[in-house]
Design a protein around this ligand. Structure first.
Ligand SMILES: O=C(O)CCC(=O)N[C@@H](CCC(=O)O)C(=O)O
Ligand SMILES: [Zn+2]
Length: 348
């Protein structure tokens, strides 16, 4: 047994520094400890995939923010079932517990927000998370580079939000320059119970964006409810994504659903904290996707202000408890899902 009771999460939190690089050999797969909190599953994929399913290399990352415990618990149960051989493995899989030190402290991060450090952004920072960002980039790069060329590359980076949210589960789509949206990903996220999708308007330095930009992965940050301490998550709230991920792992297929399609929002602006007296004019308890009237002064500082351009524009991830120069929120505007796929794809 690689871990007592096959409990990868417990072991990672008890041994945040240690990685013995042991390999577990099972009947139809190998498991490799690539780094602390990073576990790679290499199945024997000689069996034909179901119907015309394509082979898949899948990254499931959790706990990039240490206090976002729900996804860590969810994915740990999946790992347990694979290690107990209750769940069969039909995809290459990399599972990550992102920031074990912050998880132990119950905080979002120790020194600096890990999810701002990818694509070399770590060079501008110092602290514990810098080394972890480098290590995670290395693990993901090795994983995708080892994938045969025909593999579809997927990365779902699972988080929970600081605030409550009008749409409880939502995802962030990376910025794609030519509107190359993949309907099957939209439909998969819908089947996973995701209520809304934000389309990014610019490149970022997040973990999911790293996998998209460097490895051509379909990569999303996925918000699965609100931050709770370990043991306080109601995992039944996550039953749809649990089922979607298990089907993906077991059958190498993305379950599809267009029943109750997701709301889709484009990101209009990122609000940047430009001064120590930067403030957002919102209620302390305001939820993600709170709407504003045209002309509302949403943010202000000695350097300027931000006014809402169109009635119905909304805020997501409001947070001013951040360093200068970082994102204090996103302003989003709803778009019609059907309009995204009807234009001819440039260069397709
Ligand atoms: O609730 C919040 O304010 C933050 C939740 C969170 O960690 N969100 C991610 C989103 C990343 C992205 O934009 O793709 C983050 O802020 O890192
Ligand atoms: Zn997060």
């Amino acid at each position: 047994m690689l871990y007592p009771n096959n409990d990868f999460l417990k072991y990672t939190l008890e041994n945040p520094e240690n990685c013995d690089h042991n390999v577990g050999v099972f009947n139809h797969f190998d498991v490799i400890k690539d780094a602390p909190g990073v576990l790679r599953f290499e199945p024997n994929l000689t069996a034909k995939p179901v119907e015309d399913a394509k082979p898949i290399s899948l990254v499931l990352s959790t706990g990039i923010h240490g206090n976002e415990t729900g996804p860590m618990e969810l994915v740990n149960d999946v790992v347990k079932d694979i290690l107990n051989t209750k769940l069969r493995l039909a995809v290459r899989l990399l599972v990550i517990v992102g920031n074990p030190y912050a998880a132990l402290k119950g905080t979002r991060f120790c020194d600096v927000n890990l999810n701002r450090l990818f694509l070399g952004a770590y060079e501008k920072y110092s602290g514990l998370e810098v080394a972890r960002a480098i290590e995670l980039e290395r693990c993901v790069t090795q994983f995708f580079e080892k994938a045969p060329q025909e593999h579809v590359r997927l990365h779902y980076d699972l988080h929970t939000a600081i605030r409550g949210s009008k749409y409880k589960k939502f995802a962030v789509h990376p910025f794609v320059s030519k509107r190359h949206y993949d309907p099957s990903q939209f439909s998969f996220l819908t089947a996973c119970g995701i209520d809304a999708l934000l389309l990014s308007h610019q490149p970022t330095t997040t973990f999911s964006y790293y996998s998209y930009a460097m490895h051509g992965a379909h990569a999303f940050t996925v918000e699965l409810g609100k931050v709770q301490p370990f043991g306080c998550n109601d995992l039944s709230e996550l039953k749809h994504i649990d089922a979607g991920l298990r089907a993906l792992i077991e059958k190498a297929c993305l379950v599809q659903s267009d029943e109750k399609p997701m709301k889709v929002f484009k990101i209009i602006d990122a609000l940047i904290k430009d001064s120590e007296n930067y403030r957002l004019n919102i209620d302390a308890e305001a939820e993600n996707f709170t709407l504003f009237d045209k002309g509302t002064v949403l943010a202000q500082s000695e350097k300027g202000m931000y006014q809402i351009e169109q009635a119905g524009d909304a805020i997501v991830f409001p947070n001013t408890n951040i360093p200068l120069g970082q994102r204090a929120g996103l302003v989003v505007r709803e778009v019609k899902n059907k309009d995204l796929f009807c234009e001819p794809r440039v260069g397709a």
